[in-house]
Design a protein around this ligand. Structure first.
Ligand code: SF4
Length: 342
């Protein structure tokens, strides 16, 4: 059994999230709820990956605000800084150092074959920056700097994690064991359709509902949603299984879905009333969240304090890891002058 110096009783989860500003119900149902429940079983480290965001951002004007709003939503939704470490990637500079050192054991050919790199090159041919190709190396540094053992991923992200594992294997076999090979925790994040009923809920398609939206905004957004396209008149029977509003009822009013499905199929309910019911269910389920968010937002320095404390705790782990890494790689450890003068 390899000893990675881990003296914890719970396994460590690492997960990184791009700062995307106010979160929508797709983020909430798909990712945030899962992260909240992982806190019960694992030693969780959650990181806002602002450096990763720089690889694709056209402008950084809203980056600070997006980070703040996202963290506020996460905290209000149940991410508990007493039970996890929540911090911003760029606040722990050792990740850049480890990224550079991992660059020395990562063949360029591994990076050039990554499908998402090829996709990004097509999407932003005017900006094929180094960050795009080095992205998986930085991701490997993110996870391993904190000796992350478990990484929650959807099936589509498995190839990225496999690359991290390859980098870890290459490093450990070249220099000696420092890092655990992180394992995937395959998670089926429910994919939430947007209000257009056609694409995944996303701010970029403007088909979303923010979880912090007030009830009147929720109602306004829900009323714009596309429903069963075959149901043209109130008297037409509907097909709930192909209706996006119905799929959202499943999340927000699970005890009423059978009744709603039956009323829809028999034209016992019209789409307008059905949408109003959904808006009401979303609003009431998110009411405790909105109250907590408003309370946290009223404390002027709260977010900065949470992130500062998270960065301190993350950096303490990072410093230890980097000492080991440099030692194994044969780099001369820096000695501070005060130690020499003593
Ligand atoms: S009644 Fe509800 S479930 Fe049925 S088609 Fe209309 S919105 Fe969809």
């Amino acid at each position: 059994m390899l000893d990675f110096g881990l003296k914890r009783t719970m396994k460590r989860v690492f997960s990184g999230f791009r700062p995307t500003g106010k979160q929508h119900i797709g983020n909430y149902l798909g990712v945030i709820r899962n992260c909240v429940s992982l806190q019960d079983e694992y030693d969780c480290i959650y990181c806002v990956v602002d450096i990763h965001a720089l690889t694709t951002l056209e402008s950084t004007k809203t980056l600070q605000e997006d980070t703040y709003e996202m963290v506020l939503d996460w905290l209000a939704a149940g991410i508990d800084p007493q039970r996890c470490i929540l911090f911003v990637q760029s606040h722990v500079p050792q990740v850049m150092e480890l990224h550079t050192l991992f660059g020395m054991v990562t063949p360029l050919s591994w990076l050039l074959r990554v499908p998402t790199f090829k996709e990004k090159v097509k999407m932003q041919p005017h900006n094929v920056n180094y960050g795009l190709v080095g992205y998986p190396v930085l991701m490997a540094a993110d996870i391993t700097l904190y000796k992350g053992e478990i990484v929650p991923v959807g099936e589509d992200q498995l190839p990225h994690l496999e690359l991290t594992r390859e980098i870890v294997r290459r490093f450990n076999s070249t220099f000696g064991n420092v890092f655990p090979e992180p394992q995937a925790k395959l998670t089926s994040f429910p994919s939430v359709l947007g209000l257009d009923g056609a694409q995944k809920m996303s701010k970029s398609y403007n088909n979303h509902i923010e979880i912090a939206a007030p009830p009147e905004e929720i109602l306004k957004r829900v009323m714009t949603a596309i429903t069963d396209p075959a149901r043209k008149y109130r008297s037409d029977p509907g097909h709930p299984d192909i209706c996006n509003i119905f799929s959202l009822h499943k999340f927000f009013a699970p005890s009423r879905v059978e009744e709603i499905a039956s009323d829809c199929r028999t034209a016992g309910i019209g789409c307008v009333d059905c949408k109003k019911m959904l808006a009401q269910s979303i609003s009431s389920s998110l009411e405790p969240f909105r109250e907590k968010r408003a309370m946290l937002a009223s404390k002027p320095d709260y977010i900065a304090e949470v992130l500062a404390d998270g960065a301190n705790r993350a950096e303490a782990i990072a410093r230890e890891t980097m000492k080991e890494v440099k030692d194994k790689m044969g780099l001369v450890q820096r000695v501070h002058l005060e130690h020499i003068c003593d």
